[in-house]
Every structure is written in structure tokens, then in C-alpha cells.
Write a protein that binds this ligand. Structure first.
Ligand SMILES: [Zn+2]
Ligand SMILES: [Zn+2]
Length: 187
């Protein structure tokens, strides 16, 4: 998360496609000591506006580790990898709990693709969080029962991002009150 060195290198790569003076500027930037870049604010991955686009992309996808189709895909919003919630992992590497340790240093945020809601994971602890996707009336449609198009609500997504970035998993009562250990959330 938020590695300033990684960001500087990415900028250099994208700079190569820019012609003329901008290109020079980008290349010069790379020569600067890489770690003086300012700390990047915490961000979650960019999501498509229409939920159905995301669903199409993630549903029936095979696990990148064991190649089995993931029954209940959970999209890691830190890195974009599809994982499995703890109760039914396709393999150990893709279990949310395992991935959270390697990807988010113990804290992760997953979008449960079949439910549209969020799963917060902090080591073995899990907690639900409302969906960032709403229908045109501003309502959630958990498990897409009504089947109407769902759109990303930027405000909700920003609130989620802020909550995670400000270590809300540790102190916000909405999270703590609903926290369970070891996947009991999926019963
Ligand atoms: Zn991840
Ligand atoms: Zn797997």
C-alpha cells in the first residue's frame, strides 16, 4: 500500500509514451531520488460505474492460483485479485484471510461479487459493510434480487475508503459491533 517508490517508477513508464518536452520531464523525474515523492493518500481500486460490468468480469472466473472456478468471488479492493471468503476457499492462497496478510498487511477490503456488499477483513476478524453500489432510486439491491442496474455511489465509496484509510476497522462501532472471527459472517 502507498509505496512512493513504486509510484515514481510507474510515472516513468507512462512518461515514455509522451512525446517531446513532457517526455524529457518524465525521464528527468526518474533521476531524482525516488523516495522523496510525497506520501500518496490511501486509495482503493477504481471500480466501474455499472455493477453489471464488474459482475460479468468477475463471475465464473478461475482462481489465479489453483485454476478452480471461484464460487463466491471476493474482489480485493487493494490489488484487484479475486479471492474466496474463508468458509469456502478454492485454495489456501486465495482465501481472504491468507491474502489479507500478504496484500494488506493484515487489513483488507473485499467486494463480495454475488452479494454486492463489502467484507472487511482484519487478520481473522471479518465485518460486513454496506454496498457502494445503488440502484437509480438510491437503494441497495443485495444479491441483485430486483435485477435492476446498480451504479457506483462515489460518496459511499469515498466514505469506505476514508474509513479504512483512517484505521476505522479498529475503532468504528459499526464495524466492531458486527465483527466475527474466522468466517462466521458466512453462515
Ligand atoms: Zn489484494
Ligand atoms: Zn484457488
Amino acid at each position: 500500500m502507498g509505496n512512493p517508490c513504486g509510484l515514481a517508477l510507474d510515472m516513468s513508464r507512462s512518461g515514455l509514451t509522451v512525446p517531446g518536452r513532457l517526455k524529457e520531464y518524465s525521464i528527468n523525474r526518474v533521476k531524482m531520488p525516488l523516495c522523496i515523492a510525497p506520501v500518496v493518500p490511501f486509495q482503493l481500486m477504481k471500480l466501474p460505474n455499472l455493477y453489471q460490468d464488474l459482475l460479468q468480469r468477475c463471475i465464473k472466473k478461475a482462481c489465479s492460483n489453483c485454476a478452480k472456478v471461484i464460487k463466491e468471488p471476493a474482489l480485493c479492493l487493494l490489488c484487484g485479485r479475486l479471492c474466496s471468503p474463508v468458509h469456502n476457499p478454492c485454495c489456501r492462497e486465495s482465501a481472504c484471510q491468507t491474502h489479507t496478510v500478504t496484500c494488506g498487511a493484515g487489513i483488507s477490503v473485499y467486494l463480495l461479487i454475488r452479494r454486492t456488499t463489502i467484507l472487511l477483513q482484519r487478520f481473522a476478524r471479518q465485518s460486513p459493510w454496506p454496498s457502494p453500489y445503488l440502484d437509480s432510486f438510491g437503494e441497495e439491491d443485495i444479491e441483485m434480487m430486483r435485477g435492476k442496474p446498480l451504479y457506483l455511489n462515489e460518496e459511499r465509496y469515498a466514505a469506505l475508503t476514508y474509513m479504512v484509510g483512517s484505521y476505522g476497522l479498529d475503532h468504528i462501532s459499526e464495524v466492531l459491533n458486527q465483527t466475527t472471527i474466522g468466517g462466521a459472517f458466512f453462515t
